[in-house]
Write a new protein. Structure first.
Lengths: 121, 382
């Protein structure tokens, strides 16, 4: 396992279990999902415009969770986890941070200034 | 309407709207006065439900799986190569499979060569739409869209409400003709009075059989928690394969229906409005950075792990490559499944080198090479 040297297996498995639990909860039939479905049926699906759906909330929460875990656990261990939602929930991308680039300089004032047309006297 | 040939969808809409309009114009005035004004109200509500379900079915992404980036596809090729070393007639197109365990049943995941990904369970590739779709049911030309995970319940609502509306309008027009017959005396007189009602009745009569049949069939499918695809192939047919148990079914019909219709709607996995990110900046603090710069470089890239496959993780063991693989601009690469591909590498400057672990944005529209760069946050300056 490539990650063996970098991070404890318990930390990794607990992270994956947590993620799986969140997705499983989002997928299950709860009061919120029933409410969302019936409201959509009654309003001819116009409620989707106004009311955020269960899954969207779950994805946002898991995004903040992954960011927090990245910051607290993974980056100090030279790892970076990419949110699986950005990959279409297919894979979790784990990157080993081993190189750096210096901070990019803030861009200079735009050098190509459009010439102002001054009126001829 | 997300498919290439969507003209049949317009035909469907036209037929439904036409029938309802004819009903409103010719049957409603008579029936509202003679029988009850509630009839057109009920019909209008049903019509609104039909149209909204139809539009929602057509215009909803059925659960298209976004295609992986080149980097991921190369990684899959590499894993397939290392897991099954060269043997016999193995070539780049030999079917690849993974086996996962769902609820005690072993399920094979096939590799889709068009989309270059391992299909999640129950998903399939639709050749008309040219996409892999989650929980692929079938491609419905009448609706002009694939029916998959996200729009199945709207499709089901559509066919059931169309069936109810069909029966309702048919009964109303028959009632109209019947009442006119008693008024005028003979059926022919009534027919001469309103020939359109007979036409409406015929339209509804001929369409009800297929629609009601389809509704009943899909009710059965939902109750047994199968997709049309699985039913046709007989994947969970107890007579064909007695040892295979449906792992997606809870065993209880009502629970299955409940889960299918009242479960949450998954958001679309396609990011249609996203902006391509060229660089992902990961900010680290100075301490981590100093620790990093003293460590030797580790060139092995990480294999992507699938979070949805099973609750116990798969351990894929891969050998570290013998040489430094620098995957540069992967868009230029032909699809070559074998490792050790020397590629042109964009220049590095003296301060830093490009990261070995490239991440690419998964946007379907474009595949751009991105780098992970780390920014050192100096606590003194911030």
């Amino acid at each position: 396992m490539e990650l063996e040297g970098k991070i404890e297996p318990e930390v990794w498995t607990s992270f994956i279990d947590d993620l799986n639990r969140r997705y499983h909860k989002a997928d299950s039939v709860t009061f919120a999902s029933v409410f969302e479905s019936s409201l959509g049926f009654i309003t001819c699906n116009l409620s989707r415009v106004c009311v955020p759906s269960v899954w969207n909330r779950a994805l946002k929460e898991s995004e903040t969770f992954i960011q927090e875990r990245n910051r607290a656990v993974f980056i100090p261990n030279n790892l970076f986890i990419r949110d699986p939602a950005s990959k279409g929930l297919r894979v979790i991308e784990v990157s080993i941070l081993d190189e750096f680039v210096p901070q990019p300089q803030p861009t200079q004032e735009s050098s190509c200034v459009t010439p102002m047309l001054t009126p001829r006297n | 309407m997300l498919t290439r040939q969507s003209s049949v969808f317009f035909l469907t809409t036209f037929l439904i709207v036409l029938t309802f309009t004819l009903y409103c114009v010719f049957d409603v005035p008579y029936l509202a006065t003679k029988v009850s004004p509630a009839l057109p109200v009920v019909a209008s509500i049903l019509f609104a439900l039909v149209i909204s379900s139809l539009l929602k079915t057509t215009l909803t992404d059925p659960g298209i799986i976004p295609r992986p980036s080149n980097r991921e596809a190369i990684e899959y090729d590499r894993q397939a190569q290392t897991l099954e070393p060269e043997s016999g007639n193995r070539n780049a197109n030999t079917p690849r499979q993974k086996v996962v365990n769902i609820n005690g049943q072993a399920v094979k995941l096939k590799f889709c060569f068009t989309c270059r990904l391992y299909r999640p369970p129950r998903s399939s590739h639709c050749s008309i739409c040219d996409n892999c779709v989650l929980n692929f049911d079938h491609h419905c030309p009448w609706v002009g869209n694939c029916i998959g995970l996200r729009n199945y319940r709207y499709f089901y609502f559509f066919i059931t409400t169309v069936a109810i509306l069909d029966i309702f309008i048919g009964v109303c027009s028959a009632l109209h003709l019947g009442l006119l017959t008693t008024e005028k005396g003979t059926f022919i007189e009534a027919l001469k009075h309103t020939p359109v009602s007979a036409a409406i009745f015929l339209i509804t009569f001929f369409s009800i059989w297929s629609v009601a049949g389809l509704s009943g069939f899909h009710t059965y499918l939902i109750a047994t928690s199968q997709t049309t695809n699985e039913d046709i192939k007989g994947t969970f047919n107890s007579k064909l394969r007695p040892h295979v148990k449906n792992p997606y079914s809870t065993g209880n019909c009502c629970k299955n229906i409940w889960r299918a219709l009242c479960g949450p709607e998954m958001p679309s996995l396609l990011d249609r409005r996203g902006v391509i990110q060229s660089d992902i900046m990961v900010s680290v603090d100075a301490e981590t950075f100093s620790r990093l710069s003293t460590q030797p470089k580790s060139p092995s890239p990480e294999p992507p792990e699938d979070p949805r496959m099973s609750l116990d993780r798969e351990q894929i063991s891969t050998d570290p490559p013998d040489e430094d693989i620098e995957v540069g601009d992967t868009e230029c690469l032909p699809r070559n499944p074998f490792p050790a591909i020397p590629t042109p590498h964009c220049g590095t400057d003296s301060n830093g080198v490009k990261s070995h672990n490239y991440q690419e944005n998964d946007d379907i529209e474009a595949n751009r090479n991105t780098t992970i760069s780390m920014q050192v946050i100096d606590p003194n300056t911030t």
